[in-house]
Write a protein that binds this ligand. Structure first.
Ligand SMILES: [Zn+2]
Ligand SMILES: [Zn+2]
Length: 267
């Protein structure tokens, strides 16, 4: 079985971009940082932009699409998302010149194949007309990527529970948000069902509903102002420890940093 590599190039409201692939080729999940930064980060992990065979996009917020136009115009990389998400991406001033040769339409919960990965998009709740998570399989490896969701709805729950490798949002600590300086309407938006996922909802769900074969949890899209990597990690570890099956086989838990790439994980 060929080794898979995963690396977070950036995670958080200033930009999201994840690499998943083999030795020779791979794909990106979102491209929310500049094409130049993506190129640089890929080089630092021994990959090149020429090895990227496609980009799957979760939704139209800037922190997920910032690099798309340049990547399409300069490198002609195919970009996959649903018709609704495309419509809103192309309305954005900075993305309206995405080359039509790069536009690929996919349908929700309909598998498609990309470089040997079987990929399904599924809907999540977020403050945009359509936001997606992705469920990506390769042989026995089942990878779910789910960021930017206000609440774990039944659809997201279904795909999270399938994963043995999970990239999931752990955006904010409720106390930090409530006591923080954000305006009240922004607090309400983040706290709402279409906002972002708080540390404890994420941890409580995984404590009781995770796949027994889940080996890795990556905590993603942390808020700069309403969370800390230590707090997100502690919340998850504290909730998972009491319910870990004997002899306490905890998944590996890592926090994806906002402004620096993660190490390269071999799956
Ligand atoms: Zn985001
Ligand atoms: Zn978003």
């Amino acid at each position: 079985m060929e080794t898979l590599h995963f690396c977070s190039l950036s995670s958080g409201s200033s930009g999201n971009c994840y690499y998943l692939g083999y030795q020779e080729k791979g794909l990106l999940i979102d491209a929310g940082i500049s094409a130049l930064s993506i190129k640089k980060h890929l080089q630092n992990i021994g990959k090149s932009i020429g090895q990227i065979m496609g980009i799957v996009v979760t939704h139209n917020h800037h922190d997920h699409i910032a690099g798309l136009q340049t990547l399409s115009k300069k490198y002609h990389i195919p970009i996959y998302t649903t018709e609704t998400v495309w419509r809103h991406i192309l309305r954005s001033n900075k993305q309206r010149e995405i080359g039509s040769d790069c536009i690929r339409h996919i349908q929700v919960e309909k598998e498609f194949d990309l470089i040997g990965f079987s990929i399904q998009a599924f809907r999540v709740l977020h403050d945009t007309p359509e936001a997606l998570g992705y469920y990506i399989t390769c042989g026995q490896r089942k990878i779910t990527v789910v960021t930017d969701l206000g609440h774990i709805c039944s659809t997201a729950a279904r795909f999270i529970q399938l994963a043995n490798f999970l990239i999931i949002e752990s955006n904010y600590d409720r106390d930090m948000l409530l006591k923080g300086t954000y305006p009240e309407d922004l607090k309400r938006r983040i706290l709402g069902k279409n906002g972002h996922l708080e540390n404890s909802e994420c941890a409580d769900f995984l404590a009781t509903h995770r796949n027994p074969d889940l080996t890795h949890i990556f905590l993603a899209h942390l808020s700069r102002d309403n969370n800390t990597p230590e707090l997100a990690l502690k919340t998850m570890t504290d909730r998972l420890l009491p319910v870990a099956p004997p002899p306490c086989l905890l998944p590996e838990i890592a926090v994806l940093q906002r402004n620096s790439p993660s190490k390269v994980y071999a799956l």
